[in-house]
Design a protein around this ligand. Structure first.
Ligand SMILES: C[C@H](O)[C@H](O)[C@H]1CNC2=NC(N)=NC(=O)C2=N1
Length: 113
């Protein structure tokens, strides 16, 4: 599945280990998402974003937050004046589910122009 296909999907409730992706699935999906990397423990995906100033950073966070609430899937955020790090993992499966990759692709779509 490529990034455009992922970004057209919506998150669905994925609870329980049976929804956890295996390492092969994770590697294939990650290839579709430039700049995203696996956390060392393999249980989350992360990307660092850079912005011109605090206004742009906050605008990004608000756009991501709106999307995340709509999808009912929420990232961890770390941000400062001109940067934001997003982390997706699925607490309900204790690792990565398709929801994390859908949301990462939706973030990329927010920035595409
Ligand atoms: C009840 C609600 O749908 C769940 O708690 C959702 C909310 N947002 C979530 N966000 C993330 N990142 N992982 C989850 O497992 C998760 N679960």
């Amino acid at each position: 599945m490529n990034a455009n296909d992922l970004a057209t999907q919506h998150c669905s409730p994925r609870k329980g280990k049976e929804h956890a992706l295996d390492a092969t699935q994770v590697a294939e999906l990650l290839q579709q998402l430039p700049g995203w990397r696996l956390r060392d423990d393999g249980m989350a995906i992360i990307k660092d974003f850079k912005f011109a100033d605090f206004h742009h950073t906050l605008g990004f966070i608000n756009a991501v937050g709106f999307m995340a609430n709509h999808e009912d899937h929420h990232p961890d955020l770390e941000a400062g004046y001109g940067h934001c790090q997003l982390l997706w993992s699925t607490h309900d499966v204790g690792g990565l589910s398709l929801n994390d990759f859908i949301c990462a692709a939706r973030v990329e779509a927010l920035l595409a122009h």
